[in-house]
Design a protein. Structure first.
Length: 278
């Protein structure tokens, strides 16, 4: 049905819920009608066929817009996503910022990085692209237990012209090389009884979301084998605010020669754990 854009926008506001924000609705509008943000105003009286938009909008309360459109923008890059990978979040951009700040501060000319749990590849690929911009030679290996997730990550690396060594591995199980300067990870850390929105629960891969009852399962696997990494100098993890104390106990048990820093995200929650070797 053909309607003025301003009328389509007004009608779409009826679909705003706790699950679906107006920002997501605008994103869907801009994508379907190939509009820039300012054109939502300047073309408000233009006529558009809203059939496809309304079809997708009606699904968006149940399915994340990222999955409906097949992509998510992250750190200035566009990543292909599907239900085999976690949707990249803004908070994870902050994790990358902390990592890059550390690398620059310590004047690395060359660095070897290991990522655990690559998902869409947004962390490793972004790091590779940003380090290349800084003329810092980098070798990045990225692991995931899910072969289907690795297919998505490899496709993103191809599209974005990024050189990453991908390995199917449960944490470190299939590694043959332990020569890394830095480990980075956004592993599954949601406790099994923790509240998760219905739209996330019904769509995003549980293997990338949920840990054990403590939220520490994957961190325990990583910390318990850290002594294999003979050149390791830093670890950067995304975490749940609920597990800070448990992480500190694990760190003290398995790698007491690393100093801890816990950082808040843009919403004021403890979200990042940084461990730097003495």
């Amino acid at each position: 049905m053909n309607k003025k854009l301003k009328d389509i926008i007004q009608e779409s506001k009826k679909y705003i819920t706790e699950e679906l924000s107006f920002e997501e609705i605008k994103w869907l509008l801009k994508d379907i009608f190939s509009l820039e943000e300012y054109e939502l105003i300047t073309k408000s009286n233009d006529i558009f066929d809203n059939e496809k938009f309304m079809t997708l909008l009606k699904k968006a309360n149940d399915v994340p817009v990222s999955y409906l459109l097949g992509y998510q923008d992250f750190y200035g890059y566009r990543y292909q996503v599907n239900k085999n990978v976690l949707i990249p979040r803004n908070e994870t951009e902050e994790l990358i910022n902390y990592c890059l700040e550390y690398i620059k501060k310590n004047n690395y000319k060359k660095i070897k990085i290991l990522e655990i749990g690559t998902g869409s590849g947004c962390i490793c690929i972004t790091l590779n692209k940003e380090l290349n911009k800084l003329n810092i030679d980098n070798e990045i290996t990225s692991c995931d237990i899910s072969n289907e997730a690795l297919k998505v990550a490899k496709q993103n690396a191809l599209i974005l012209n990024s050189n990453i060594n991908f390995i199917e591995s449960d944490v470190f199980s299939n590694l043959i090389n332990y020569d890394y300067d830095l480990i980075i990870s956004n592993p599954p850390y949601i406790e099994k009884n923790e509240f998760v929105s219905k739209r996330v629960l019904n769509n995003e891969p549980h293997i990338a979301l949920f840990s054990d009852e403590t939220g520490l399962e994957i961190y325990q696997k990583m910390f318990s084998q850290i002594n294999k990494f003979y050149n390791l100098k830093a670890m950067f993890f995304e975490i749940s605010p609920c597990i800070e104390q448990g992480l500190e106990l694990l760190k003290n048990k398995y790698c007491p020669n690393f100093n801890s820093q816990y950082k808040k995200d843009i919403n004021g929650f403890i979200r990042f754990a940084i461990y730097l070797k003495d």
